[in-house]
Design a protein around this ligand. Structure first.
Ligand SMILES: Nc1ncnc2c1ncn2[C@@H]1O[C@H](COP(=O)(O)OP(=O)(O)OP(=O)(O)O)[C@@H](O)[C@H]1O
Ligand SMILES: [Mg+2]
Length: 745
């Protein structure tokens, strides 16, 4: 009966899709159809007659949820399945039961920046000396505690940990501050829901019975709390289906726990495990490069992945002279392919380890008139002007939101200085009031001048006017905020270029609001708009319908695919990130991140590095990423810019792959020459031979590449270089003779 649906699946995929009752675990590599299985399974369940309201799909980004929604719509028009992120699910559920966790239903969701502000002010107010620790370190520790379901009451510092002691003091104060502001941070959303489900059997049962079929994609990135939530609502109806790939777990720093996959099999001993082994996304070569890289991770289970797709072109591994050349060449390649009519802008993606690396590519693309989009949704909502305007909305929605109050009280400037604000805060603390309430009573604060009282009164009046007007659409309200508060005028009058850019961003926010109103129709509310904007993730900003080159971080690229991918800046300290230097687990996570990037590519992949990179205000000689040494040479086309000063001579083996099976087929990083301290030249074995003794046409032996013939020579002394032709798959390689193990045959 579902032939049309099932015909588009492999037997293994079909097995997962048609599994109806009982737990299901789909463990499979990239591009094998895990996400497809989830959407098709939803469609299958619906066609079996299971009501749409009893299906819950949990994703990692809103984008992923939207995409799934539209796929489900195509397969089963009109279905209204709840699809969204864990955080949204938690937020919406908590609104219903807010009073049970000590909140009011209009609670504000603080993003990282807001949470840190609240934390800082708690630390300052309690006059706590952090010593050598930063507020960020405390925030991180609190977040860790929450992700482990430790409330302030049951948090105990580990013996002798000074940071733990600090957290034990600060965490209760911070939590109290949030509660007073009727606010939660991201971790609270999950923690409160998990605790609620634990403490209230009745609510747990209700949700379990409502959502009889729960599905989680990208399960490898769930943390303990998320797992606790999914599990708690799958007790009487244990129809929990999860799909994941342990090799793509890239959120370890956020508490994601690979062990959850193992836990799953323990908690649900009768789980049906389905493995998908066919990749539908990438060429054979791309897949081989990815497989070889990830095989270097020690903490993993081996998986087989094959594809019937074509062999494809070799993966290009390019060394540029500097980051500018890297950006220019990539933009040029893209421009040419578009000009030739072979590709469209949307076919290309450029991935980097961190957002700060995007600028050069933006400039190079812009210069060539190539449309592009930078996918950093979070960054947009972190901009000052956006946060300012949103803070007004937050305060309208939740008058107790002190962080929002402090943000807007003198923005735009209203002659309310820091001293006045400090007095107001003291007054509020002394009387147990929120700041807005304290401002209403500013006339009772003896230290205030008449002018200050007047300024607060004017602010409160403005606030009340905005609240009274908060009936229509979000777009209208936003427009009103911009004019009534004088914010727009303040930017318009400004002479700063920067402020013109800010105006443009505000216009963009109005568009976001309009789209939200249109999308949500009747259900549009200020609260859900705020929820959406605070729970945004980078990937959410991606507009797939736009014909543009996509620029994004490796993290944001998860789950996506593009015909052509450029993975840039593969250098030590960037990828792998410097913070992973001394930590084996983090290094493996960086490798998984690169694996995710590589496996996004469908047809073509280029991996690049630059010999010199301007980064964080400095120009530095780089060291090639250690991961480059782990790629299989036979699937690479190694290209070195002619402008590279030290590199072309030095494609010699330096460090062996960790496992002997990979030796001989791995490409190894170029050896640094100019960057290395002068060292006594190592003579070729046999003692007497100096670099100048090598001559053209000489037969030589390399311990790894075997016998070859010198086909070119240049330089002299320690700088003397030889190009050796080893024939076959290895081909020609260049060496610095004084540093190579070459010897005459
Ligand atoms: N049976 C199939 N027939 C045709 N195309 C398929 C099939 N299964 C998957 N695909 C296609 O292969 C690509 C990868 O599928 P999908 O995104 O579901 O993989 P995934 O396992 O979720 O990958 P990732 O681990 O990267 O998230 C998609 O373009 C999808 O449409
Ligand atoms: Mg997927």
């Amino acid at each position: 009966m579902h032939d049309d649906l099932l015909a588009r699946l492999t037997p293994a995929q079909r097995e997962a899709v048609t599994h109806v009752e009982g737990p299901l675990l789909v463990l499979a590599g990239p591009g094998s159809g895990k996400t497809r299985v989830i959407t098709y399974r939803i469609a299958y369940l619906l066609r079996l007659g299971i009501p749409d309201t009893s299906i819950l799909g949990l994703t990692f980004t809103n984008k992923a949820a939207q995409e799934m929604q539209s796929r489900v719509q195509q397969l089963v028009p009109g279905a209204r399945v709840w699809l969204g992120t864990f955080h949204r699910f938690a937020a919406q559920t908590l609104r219903k039961y807010a009073n049970l966790v000590g909140l009011e239903s209009h609670f504000t969701i603080y993003d990282k920046d807001d949470s840190l502000r609240a934390l800082r002010s708690v630390i300052a107010d309690a006059r706590i000396d952090l010593g050598s620790y930063s507020p960020e370190a405390v925030a991180h520790a609190i977040s860790g505690a929450k992700s482990a379901l430790l409330t302030p009451q049951n948090y105990e510092p580990r013996d002798g940990s000074p940071l733990g002691e600090l957290v034990a003091r600060i965490y209760p104060l911070y939590q109290e501050r949030l509660r007073r502001s009727n606010a939660v941070d991201f971790d609270d959303l999950l923690m409160y829901l998990a605790l609620l489900l634990r403490q209230s059997p009745e609510i747990r049962h209700r949700l379990d019975a409502t959502y009889r079929f729960v599905m989680v994609d990208e399960y490898q990135d769930t943390n303990l709390v998320q797992y606790a939530i999914a599990r708690a609502i799958s007790v009487e109806y244990p129809n929990l289906a999860v799909t994941g790939d342990p090799d793509q777990s890239i959120y370890g720093w956020r508490g994601a726990n690979l062990n959850n996959i193992l836990e799953f099999e323990k908690d649900f001993p009768n789980v049906r495990v389905v493995r998908l082994e066919q990749n539908y996304r990438s060429t054979k070569r791309i897949l081989a490069v990815a497989a070889k890289l990830i095989a270097h991770n020690v903490r993993r289970k081996e998986k087989d992945l094959f594809t019937d797709n074509e062999e494809g072109r070799p993966v290009r591994l390019v060394t540029y002279a500097d980051n500018q050349e890297e950006a220019e060449d990539i933009a040029e390649q893209i421009a040419r392919a578009i000009q030739r009519g072979e590709r469209r802008p949307r076919d290309f993606a450029i991935f980097y380890r961190m957002n700060a690396l995007s600028r050069g590519f933006e400039i190079a693309l812009r210069e060539r008139g190539i449309p592009y989009q930078i996918v950093n949704g979070v960054e947009f909502f972190q901009r000052k002007e956006i946060k300012d305007v949103i803070a007004y909305l937050q305060l309208i929605n939740n008058p107790r939101d002190d962080v929002a109050f402090l943000r807007v009280i003198n923005t735009p400037p209203r002659s309310i200085g820091e001293t006045s604000v400090r007095r107001l805060r003291e007054f509020a603390a002394a009387h147990g009031l929120c700041l807005l309430e304290a401002a209403r009573r500013a006339d009772a604060i003896p230290e205030f001048s008449l002018r200050t009282m007047g300024a607060f009164r004017a602010f409160v009046n403005l606030y009340d006017r905005l609240v009274a007007a908060a009936q229509g659409s979000v777009e209208e309200l936003l427009g009103l905020v911009l004019t009534e508060t004088g914010y727009r005028e303040y930017l318009e009058r400004s002479q700063h270029m920067e402020d013109q850019e800010r105006l443009a961003n505000i216009e963009e926010l109005l568009t976001v609001a309009r789209q939200f109103d249109e999308r949500s129709g009747e259900a549009a509310s200020l609260e859900s708009f705020l929820e959406e904007t605070s729970l945004v993730s980078d990937t959410d900003a991606l507009d797939e319908s736009a014909d543009r080159v996509t620029l994004m971080t490796l993290h944001a690229s998860k789950g996506l695919e593009f015909p052509v991918v450029f993975l840039v800046a593969c250098e030590q300290g960037i990828l792998p990130h410097e913070r992973s230097r001394n930590d084996m687990d983090e290094l493996e996570e960086e490798r998984r991140l690169m694996f995710v990037g590589i496996t996004r590519a469908k047809q073509e992949l280029q991996i690049s590095m630059a010999e010199y990179r301007d980064f964080r205000g400095q120009r530095k000689l780089t060291i090639p990423s250690q991961f480059l040494m782990e790629l299989p040479r036979e699937h690479l086309e190694i290209i070195t810019s002619s402008r590279v000063a030290t590199r072309p001579a030095s494609w010699v083996g330096t460090s062996p792959a960790p496992q002997s099976v990979f030796r001989g087929s791995t490409w190894e990083a170029p050896r640094r020459t100019s960057a290395m301290p002068p060292s006594p030249p190592r003579r070729a074995q046999g003692g007497a031979l100096t670099p100048d003794d090598f001559v053209l046409n000489m037969s030589v032996v390399h311990p790894r590449y075997g016998v070859g013939r010198i086909v070119a020579l240049s330089g002299s002394g320690d700088a003397r270089k030889a190009t050796v032709d080893f024939g076959g798959a290895i081909g020609k390689m260049k060496f610095i003779l004084s540093q190579s193990p070459l010897r005459p045959k």
